[in-house]
Design a binder for this molecule. Structure first.
Ligand code: 536
Length: 361
């Protein structure tokens, strides 16, 4: 079994180790554009030694943003704002990844550090949010509009258009956001999707939108570049989406050209009780890897280098995605390498502080 600091080759992309920066909302954009915050946030984590640096959930359409301050990728200006950041990530030896997202019924919400609730139209929120069925996520969320089949087809094409823009911006990996109760996940769950047409009811119908998005993105995304999908492996609710369905979905997504399933959980049922704890989602990555025969990523309360090393060495997952721990310490991969007795290359600018001490003059 490989270790945390062994390379991972997926299609034509070789990642320098098994550590990725999980997509993390920064709530710092104006009009969906990337700016200096995103440059420094993403750039410093590439300097810190991660192999793969994901943007936050990046919306394929304005109304697909979780908050008015989310990143987006629906115009040339958006592509250009991201294209400024990608070469810097590349130059650090990391690969730049973008998570493509549509927030569905969880769109148009306030930033977490503001009082909670939907953003009123007068304050830049939007009038209408989309979902498979007209069922609100929770009391302070908008009641969504149940999409028509034409509207569904349009969103599939928006994902494909966003993938083309991601390619133009220089990204090497796309992750589809099919987790956390956002639009794709809303279609998967019989609790949020009560449709009676081709997009609701049976497992095949509920997964149709996810499969169509993956297929449409794969059509425009080069053969040589990896495609990931983040899913919620369970929604912790009786009669809802669960691990058995996730394994089936992973098999189906593999057929559509998805290379790796990033295994998260929750987010579609506001009352769900989630059994949080160190590495609590790792067993989902393990089960999906084993039973669907696809690469997986483990995410969720992974904070410790020995813990991350064990996830990889035991074969539970092929990579780890760190989120909050990489907010605390952008240099976590460099620190983890030292703790695990591994040598990794440091940025030349920082070498005098590196594991081998000051370079000789
Ligand atoms: C964590 N979050 C995920 C977000 C943004 C808000 C916070 C996202 O995916 N864009 C989360 C994890 C699991 C379930 C719900 C939320």
């Amino acid at each position: 079994m490989p270790g945390l600091f062994d390379e991972l080759k997926i299609r034509g992309v070789t990642l320098r180790n098994r550590i990725a920066v999980s997509p993390m909302c920064q709530y710092s954009s104006a009009d969906g554009l990337a700016n200096d915050w995103h440059f420094v946030h993403l750039g410093s984590r590439a300097v810190g030694g991660a192999a793969l640096v994901f943007t936050e959930a990046t919306a394929v359409a304005p109304e697909g943003r979780i908050s008015p301050q989310d990143l987006g990728i629906w115009s040339d200006a958006h592509t250009e704002s991201l294209a400024r950041i990608v070469p810097f990530i590349d130059a650090q030896g990391a690969a730049a990844g973008i998570q493509l997202a549509h927030a569905g019924r969880k769109a148009s919400m306030r930033r977490p550090w503001e009082p909670s609730g939907a953003v009123p139209v007068s304050q830049g929120g939007w009038e209408k949010v989309d979902a498979p069925s007209a069922i609100a996520f929770a009391g302070d969320y908008l009641v969504p509009h149940a999409m028509t089949e034409t509207e569904i087809a349009n969103v599939v094409e928006l994902f494909a258009a966003a993938a083309k823009r991601a390619l133009a911006a220089g990204f090497k990996v796309i992750e589809l956001h099919a987790a956390h109760g956002y639009l794709i996940a809303e279609f998967l769950s019989p609790l949020s999707n009560t449709r009676t047409d081709r997009y609701g009811g049976s497992f095949e119908n509920r997964t149709r939108f996810a499969r169509e998005v993956a297929t449409a993105v794969r059509r425009v995304w080069p053969e040589s570049l990896p495609l990931f999908a983040r899913i919620s492996a369970t929604e912790y609710a009786a009669g809802g989406w669960d691990l058995a369905q996730s394994i089936e979905l992973a098999r189906a997504l593999k057929e559509c050209g998805v290379d790796l399933v990033d295994c998260s959980s929750g987010g579609n049922i506001s009352e769900a009780r989630i059994p949080l704890g160190p590495g609590y989602q790792v067993p989902f990555a393990e089960a999906i890897k084993r039973d669907a025969g696809i690469l997986t990523g483990a995410v969720g309360l992974i904070t410790d280098s020995a813990q991350a090393q064990m996830v990889i060495q035991s074969g539970q997952a092929d990579m780890v995605l760190l989120a909050r721990e990489l907010l605390r310490d952008p240099y976590w991969p460099m620190r983890a390498a030292r703790e695990l007795g591994q040598t990794i290359s440091w940025p030349a600018q920082y070498l005098r502080a590196g594991p081998k001490g000051a370079p000789r003059r």
